[in-house]
Design a protein around this ligand. Sequence first.
Ligand code: SF4
Length: 417
Amino acid sequence: MAEKKEKKKSKIKKIQSAGHMRKIMADYFYELNNAAKAGSPKIAWCTSVGPAELLLSMGFLVYYPENHGAILGSTRTANDYIPVANAIGYSPDICSYLTSDVGAFIKGETPLTRAYEGIEGVPKPDVLVYNTNQCRDVQEWFNWYSKELNVPSIGITTYRNIGEIHDYHLEAIVGQIKDLIPTLEQISGNKFDIDKFKHFVGLSRDCTKLWKKVLETNTAVPAPISFFDETIHMGPAVVLRGSETAIEYYKLLLEELEGKVAQKDGAVEEEKYRIYWEGMPIWGKLRDLAEFFIDLKTAVIASTYCNSWIFDAFDPDDPFTSMARAYTEIFIVRDENFKEKYIEGMINKYKLDGILFHDSKTCPNNSNNRYGMPERLQKKLKIPSLTINGDLNDLRCYSEEQAKTNIEAFIEQLEAK
Ligand code: SF4
């Protein structure tokens, strides 16, 4: 007789709000699916740090292909699709969100169909709107869909690698945001309305403030939520910013985490070390890494990645310039000096013992170990750093054994300090 298999108990502590998050994310995808079927409201695809508030103000529902890329990664289906995009000329060396998403589209598949009954595919766009603040890949990605689906791709081409932000940067970006309006009016059939725009910038500002507070609960010792959980709970900040739904969600999550702080209920039992994660998540290994670090009594609790959806600058009284600033002052746009100071501030604020750099093979834009930063920070801050090789979605780039051996050695180094 076959032995009854015992279900392995996860070491990861539950976040109760997760149930509510799953519900609002499901509602979000069903709303898009219904709109795509009905042809109304119109759907805009937008890059993750693109001008979402403008699109919402003009009546579009907004879908984010990068979020879909992350779903392909976390469901570990990305590697089924990357070769499909490679076969049509998109290199295995470019963004694996792009290659997995395009490959899945060519095959006519999406994990959304398994997750949400009745959804047959991703919601087809009426317009594609990018911002190159994060990378060139997003523009190429949308250009492919533009040709494939015969849908206009419009966007903002911004500065990269900048230190101080000057008015001339913002003026150029504001000009480009305004240039999007006539096309969006034509596609949506709605006239641009400055009050609606202000309204959505205000909602995004409120969402961002709460998301920031959520992340800052981890300044407490022990920290109540891991980086790995944060990457999941940031979903509403990415796809539902500009909505009351996201604001309500982060109030709920914040209350729960503040309760954990009060009870000293840390994400890692007997937390011994606190680590910064620099770079992209390895989506297909979130759970595995979360459990691995729990065993090492190490809390990975602050990151550049999750902080990238904090947009302090949003100001509904000055929606164009504040939006230009919000989407320009993010980490990925800035130069090495800015980034180093930023990480230094995070290390102090979150009382961290070490920095883990993830060199994500297909995303040089979010891999900050390549120009000597780990060595400079190590020298300046006198805390150790480790670089692991991997990728956001392409698990062929990640050697689990090597990464774990290196992480264990790194923690031993912290112990010896
Ligand atoms: S920033 Fe990196 S992960 Fe994000 S779209 Fe660009 S290349 Fe891909």
